[in-house]
Design a binder for this molecule. Structure first.
Ligand SMILES: [Zn+2]
Length: 279
């Protein structure tokens, strides 16, 4: 709990959701930790956030099953965040993606079934276009800083915390999914409702269950253990080295349309100026 301390709100408008297990010093290139805090929201507590010089950071892996993703998005909006970068460790369903491959997805499939996907549960609002699926300006910044990242691909949002079966991996690949992960959907949908930019950066940890060795040995919670082998560790380092440049590139004004996703509802008076009265 924060007590009576005042939360620093305006050092940066970027939130980095970290779905990859990292030792805390790994992020020191983004500046030292100025403050750590948890925020109470109508959807439960959010945090602990770490305020660094260039970004706000929230570890976002292995959350309790009942954590409401709306708490994180609501807190981000309340903290003055306008851009969210979700860095996720994922399963590579596309056989062209290998351990350590980077993908900046340009589309997603929501196959979550047990998570809230809207803030507008009591109102007939929230019927928002989902394309572009991820913020185009943020995607460009990521791809400029990480030129070896695959620039197009479909992220499949899965509930977890279990792994997919081999049959599911084949099904999801047949749907056109390239990677499977737990941490970007429904967050990207909720971000649109709050007019926040949201972009995903995915690091492939494992092949799909249909391509694992027959003994299934590699399926033992690789992304949650924090023990990373050589190629994956190198891939993490590439991202860590690129993060300061990405944060710097995204400090300027928004040139995307993400901040106008509710313009229609606002102009006809369905939504007021104070976003906290929207729900
Ligand atoms: Zn945007």
């Amino acid at each position: 709990m924060l007590g009576k301390r005042v939360i620093i709100r305006h050092m940066s408008d970027i939130l980095l959701l970290i779905g990859v297990i990292l030792p805390p010093p790994a992020l020191d290139s983004l500046g030292g930790v100025r403050q750590e805090f948890t925020l109470q929201t109508p959807y439960g507590p959010a945090g602990p956030f770490a305020r660094r010089d260039q970004v706000l950071v929230l570890p976002y892996s292995g959350l309790p099953d009942r954590t409401d993703p709306r708490a994180t998005l609501w807190a981000a909006k309340d903290l003055g965040i306008t851009r969210i970068i979700g860095w996720d460790a994922v399963i590579g369903l596309n056989p062209l993606l290998h351990r350590g491959s980077l993908l900046v997805p340009d589309d997603f499939i929501d196959w979550t079934r047990h998570q809230p996907t809207t803030f507008f549960e009591r109102r007939g609002l929230g019927y928002l276009p989902q394309m572009p699926a991820f913020c185009p300006q943020c995607r460009q910044a990521l791809l400029h800083a990480l030129p070896d990242a695959a620039p197009l691909g479909v992220y499949l949002g899965f509930d977890g915390p279990r792994r997919e079966t081999a049959a599911e991996a084949r099904l999801l690949r047949a749907w056109g999914s390239d990677v499977l992960g737990l941490n970007l959907v429904p967050e990207v949908i909720l971000a649109k409702e709050l007019e926040l930019c949201f972009v995903g950066l995915t690091s492939v940890v494992e092949p799909g269950a249909d391509r694992l060795p027959d003994d299934g040995q590699a399926a033992a919670e690789p992304s949650l253990s924090g023990e990373h082998s050589g190629e994956f560790r190198l891939a993490l380092r590439r991202v860590l080295e690129a993060l300061p440049g990405i944060a710097a590139a995204l400090q300027g004004p928004r040139t995307c349309a993400c901040g106008q996703s509710q313009a229609g509802s606002r102009s006809r008076g369905a939504l007021g100026d104070d976003w906290k009265t929207w729900f």
